[in-house]
Design a protein around this ligand. Structure first.
Ligand SMILES: Cc1cc2nc3c(=O)[nH]c(=O)nc-3n(C[C@H](O)[C@H](O)[C@H](O)COP(=O)(O)OP(=O)(O)OC[C@H]3O[C@@H](n4cnc5c(N)ncnc54)[C@H](O)[C@@H]3O)c2cc1C
Length: 459
């Protein structure tokens, strides 16, 4: 069976069905319902607003410009604002406890925000229901049959299965997407799921006695240690969510941290300042799951107007640029804008499939590069000089030289693929300008002006 065996489904008043009410599925449901589509949203888990279920991976996330723009489009930013904690920069923790604050950008608006995943998801689910989306929980997509054009759904509430016709289905069922895997197998689509050798574990840094944050509240904290790192994002209740990124196996790895004394020793050796603030470190460490991360690249996301993959289901990326959700939200906005007032779904699905991929490939690459930067290069004085110089060049040559990090996080009008291309040219310029310089004062700014004029067209 091949993709060309599929024609658009016959016209019917079928609603759009979205599978997976996580971040992308819920936001997309709001946007489509506001456009006037009849939308059904199916989620395998119980309703997170009414039952206590684990928040899943990453309790909080960094929200940046691309995500904010999509949330604004859906009209939910007013509800989201009270959840946000501004993080204007990175706070680097050296092994001896020395702190260095490195701003992310320079404008007042060049800030990223820590936001609670379940908090944000709840707002989106409320907005979906307010827009008359039919949301059904406890409904798991089990598999898709491309011969019969049906998706088998398991109803956890009834303990029975039922068939959902494969018409205008949008799969937002996350990185392990059942619908992607069904399509890849049935239609022999090229797809890679590359797992990183490093895993992650989340821990809680509790608030102080009066509910205060025990480390600087307004920063994304990083303990870069070369082969691994610890990060922390603030929560509204005064706590932080810490995430340890570490090899899954090997001498210093999750595999080797299986008893309390090894865990305590590891933290005291590498993260002594924060270890002192973690009363239940070893028991929490042993209790919390170790997560895996990876990059999914799938050569096809759409099948006529029958199926479209979106968000992590289409292109999961590693979390090191803090862009997975932001990118998934940008997917939702782009699909919504492609649809406009139209209803030629096959055309729109196909256009999304080919125009969006260069950008999702680009952010996947940048996310992996950023891992090395966060855990290692960030400590290098040359790197710090180049970071400072790139902000200085942006001040002197605005709209011409924009640091790559800023293009990704603050400039939602610049596609990821352009950020990669301009970023490559800019890093060559920075390398040339800092070859013989050890401080900003030693940089030849006439040479900088000439290089920028010659190599970087206005952004
Ligand atoms: C440790 C970590 C930190 C991260 N930090 C950031 C960050 O700071 N900033 C950022 O932008 N991104 C971050 N991300 C990435 C972000 O979490 C994802 O990109 C984002 O959640 C993608 O949204 P999604 O809706 O596509 O998928 P998901 O959020 O995974 O949602 C999928 C939904 O589908 C449901 N589902 C799954 N299978 C089925 C099925 N068979 N049937 C029905 N429903 C199903 C799930 O229960 C879930 O509700 C991070 C990721 C990790 C792992």
């Amino acid at each position: 069976m091949t993709v060309s065996d599929f024609s658009p489904s016959p016209y019917s008043p079928q609603p759009v069905s979205i599978i997976g009410a996580g971040l992308a599925g819920s936001l997309l449901a709001v946007l489509l319902a506001q456009r006037g589509d009849k939308v059904r949203l199916f989620e395998r888990l119980p309703d997170m607003r009414r039952s206590t279920i684990p928040a899943g991976r990453s309790i909080n996330l960094a929200l940046a410009a691309r995500g904010i723009r999509a949330l604004e489009l859906a009209g939910v930013m007013e509800q989201v604002l009270p959840l946000l904690i501004p993080m204007p920069g990175r706070m680097l923790h050296s092994p001896d406890g020395e702190l260095t604050f490195v701003p992310y950008g320079q404008g007042e608006h060049e800030v990223i925000y820590s936001v609670s995943r379940p908090g944000l998801n709840r707002i989106l689910l409320d907005a979906a229901e307010a827009a008359r989306v039919e949301v059904e929980f406890g409904q798991t997509a089990v598999q898709a049959d491309f011969r019969t054009g049906q998706i088998t759904m398991l109803d956890d509430n009834e303990g029975s299965t039922w068939q959902l016709p494969m018409q205008r289905i949008i799969a937002t069922d996350g990185a392990g997407s059942v619908l992607r895997r069904s399509m890849v197998t049935a239609l022999t689509v090229d797809c890679t799921e590359d797992l990183l050798e490093h895993g992650y574990k989340e821990l809680k840094l509790p608030p102080g006695r009066d509910g205060e944050h025990l480390i600087h509240k307004n920063a994304l904290h990083i303990w870069p240690r070369g082969g691994f790192m610890l990060i922390a994002l603030p929560n509204l209740d005064g706590s932080f969510t810490l995430t340890l990124f570490l090899a899954r196996s090997g001498p210093e790895s999750f595999e080797s941290l299986t008893h309390a004394s090894a865990i305590d020793t590891f933290f005291l050796r590498h993260f002594a300042d924060v270890a002192a603030l973690l009363p239940n470190l070893a028991s929490e460490f042993l209790h919390n799951p170790t997560g895996v991360m990876g990059t999914v690249r799938c050569a096809r996301w759409s099948l006529a107007d029958r199926l479209l993959l979106l968000g992590d289901a289409a292109h999961a990326i590693t979390p090191f640029h803090g862009q997975g959700m932001n990118c998934a939200f940008e997917d939702c906005r782009e699909l919504f804008e492609l649809l406009g007032a139209r209803s030629d779904w096959p055309e729109v699905f196909a256009t999304f499939d080919c125009t969006r991929r260069p950008n999702t490939d680009a952010i996947a690459d940048m996310a992996i590069e950023n891992y090395r930067e966060m855990r290692d290069t960030v400590r290098d004085p040359k790197f710090q000089l180049q970071k400072a110089l790139s902000l200085e060049l942006e001040r002197r040559f605005p709209n011409r030289f924009v640091p790559r990090y800023s293009m990704v996080m603050f400039h939602d009008e610049i596609p990821y693929s352009i950020a990669v291309e301009r970023g490559r040219i800019q890093s060559e310029i920075l390398a040339t300008l800092t070859r013989d310089a050890n401080a900003i004062g030693e940089v030849d700014f006439d040479a900088a002006a000439a290089l920028i004029e010659q190599r970087l067209p206005p952004a």
